[in-house]
Design a protein. Structure first.
Length: 133
């Protein structure tokens, strides 16, 4: 069974990588333009929400929201557990109100390296096949 599942898993991860990077390259100029002025940040946020919906559809990976408590009205901090490189993208589907990520340079660099290594390498049979938030 592992022999059959490994190539399918690899092809699925390759598909995810292609969908993510090709769509990001197509939308990057729009993100860049919208993020040049503070007044267009909400438009960039809406574009990112739309992109996240497209990604989850093309990756066959629906995001299910489950509220276990009240979300405060004022400012608050969300700490993602980063089970995947796609956690950041999927956060746009979970929260509909405008928010900002706080990210340092090392985290950005390490997330790109993680994505490349995670996409191109085989994993053992115990690795997760679906992303669950």
């Amino acid at each position: 069974m592992k022999v059959i599942a490994a190539p399918i898993y690899f092809l699925y991860k390759l598909w995810i990588g292609l969908v993510f990077w090709l769509s990001l390259m197509m939308l990057y100029p729009f993100f860049w333009l919208l993020l040049q002025r503070r007044t267009t940040f909400p438009l960039a946020f809406q574009l990112k929400r739309w992109w996240a919906r497209i990604l989850t559809t093309l990756m066959f990976c629906p995001v299910v929201k489950e509220y276990k408590g009240n979300i405060p009205n004022g400012p608050f901090v969300i700490a993602s557990n980063h089970q995947s490189y796609l956690d950041t993208v999927f956060m746009y589907l979970v929260f509909s109100d405008y928010f900002v990520f706080i990210l340092d340079t090392f985290s950005l660099f390490s997330s790109v390296i993680l994505f490349i290594s995670d996409t191109l390498c085989f994993h053992n049979a115990n690795s997760n096949f679906l992303l669950l938030l």
